[in-house]
Ligand binder design. Structure first.
Ligand code: SAM
Length: 301
């Protein structure tokens, strides 16, 4: 959470549930089969269970999951499960309550830990814990995070710190994949390499004998742009074909101006055809860090 907080987007600027389901239908018709709601913070949306039901009732039916700060997840999980939720990513950067309050600028660490446990026991297809690793902040906590996978069927994913507007990124705060892997291996010995699916963003491993897995998202030191098939729509309706690309197309405005489905599909196709082959058209992370982009909280993940 930036020190200045985040200005809230007026709700009239956000996509309504009918607009979201209309866009989802267009994407499903073009072969998308998984939808992830990220926010802002998706659990703050009052009609989230209704939105989930509307999305999971579409045909062909997608898998729908969430990325959340986890603060109110335990309370909402039964309604979300009933609405067809298939998986959840919970963001947590530290296992220390005081450090959590400094990073997230709020209380609630115990509630996030409880939410991970509740989600792991809820019979979801996938429960992932997202840990953004920052040098000097939480890079000493990787073995403790990996310990969560001993008895819980969760994927703990260590994410390389990426540059976005306002997050004071610098290369020396980045802990590269090789160092993260080394830190876990030093604590547990050799890790087993688990299999990855073709479009996974994470490189998966398992501590031998543990129930869950650890994964590494190596966007900076070993990018996977060539197999990335993610397409993002921001909460305010902008299509973003690459997390690192500055180019955006307002699908919200096109819909509100009365554009027909075929033309919307064509608008989406044209944007996809302009997608850069790597890192949003930047030759490396240093150039990327100088390029204006949204802040991560305004992209959603
Ligand atoms: C921005 S949050 C939004 C969704 C939700 N509010 C949450 O807290 O999970 C989505 C994900 O982006 C990750 N993230 C944020 N800043 C990042 C950065 N600089 N580098 C890599 N991942 C980042 C977070 O860890 C989180 O898992």
């Amino acid at each position: 959470m930036p020190s200045a907080g985040v200005p809230l987007t007026p709700s009239a600027s956000l996509l309504s549930t009918p607009e979201l389901t209309r866009l989802a239908s267009l994407f499903l018709a073009r072969g998308v089969d998984k939808i992830r709601l990220t926010g802002g913070e998706p659990l703050l949306r009052r009609d989230l269970p209704e939105l989930l039901s509307a999305l999971t009732s579409l045909s062909p039916s997608p898998r729908v999951s969430l990325t959340t700060n986890g603060l109110v997840l335990s309370r909402m999980l039964p309604a979300l499960r009933a609405a067809g939720l298939s998986g959840v990513n919970i963001s947590l950067d530290t296992l220390h309550a005081a450090k959590f309050e400094r990073i997230a600028r709020r209380k609630g660490h115990a509630r996030v830990l409880a939410a991970i446990q509740t989600a792991a026991e809820a019979g979801l297809d996938a429960v992932k814990v997202n840990v953004v690793v920052m040098k000097g902040v939480n890079d000493d906590e990787l073995p403790a995070f990996a310990a969560l996978t001993e008895h819980m069927r969760v994927d703990v994913r260590f994410i390389e710190y990426m540059p976005f507007d306002g997050n004071r990124w610098s290369a020396d705060k980045l802990v590269p994949y090789a160092d993260m892997l080394d830190s876990v291996a030093r604590a547990y010995g050799r890790l087993e390499r688990a299999s990855d699916s073709p479009n996974d963003t994470s490189k998966h491993y398992r501590v031998p004998g543990f129930l869950g897995r650890v994964g590494f998202i190596t966007s900076m030191s070993d990018h996977f742009c060539g197999t990335c098939n993610r397409i993002r729509v921001t909460a305010d309706g902008n299509l973003k074909v690459c997390l690192f690309g500055r180019e955006e197309v307002s699908l919200r405005d096109a819909m509100r101006e009365g554009m027909a489905d075929d033309d919307l599909s064509e608008l989406i196709d044209r944007a996809l055809m302009r997608k850069h082959w790597m890192l949003g058209g930047n030759k490396d992370m240093h150039v990327l860090a100088k390029q204006p982009n949204r802040s991560m909280i305004r992209i959603g993940g």
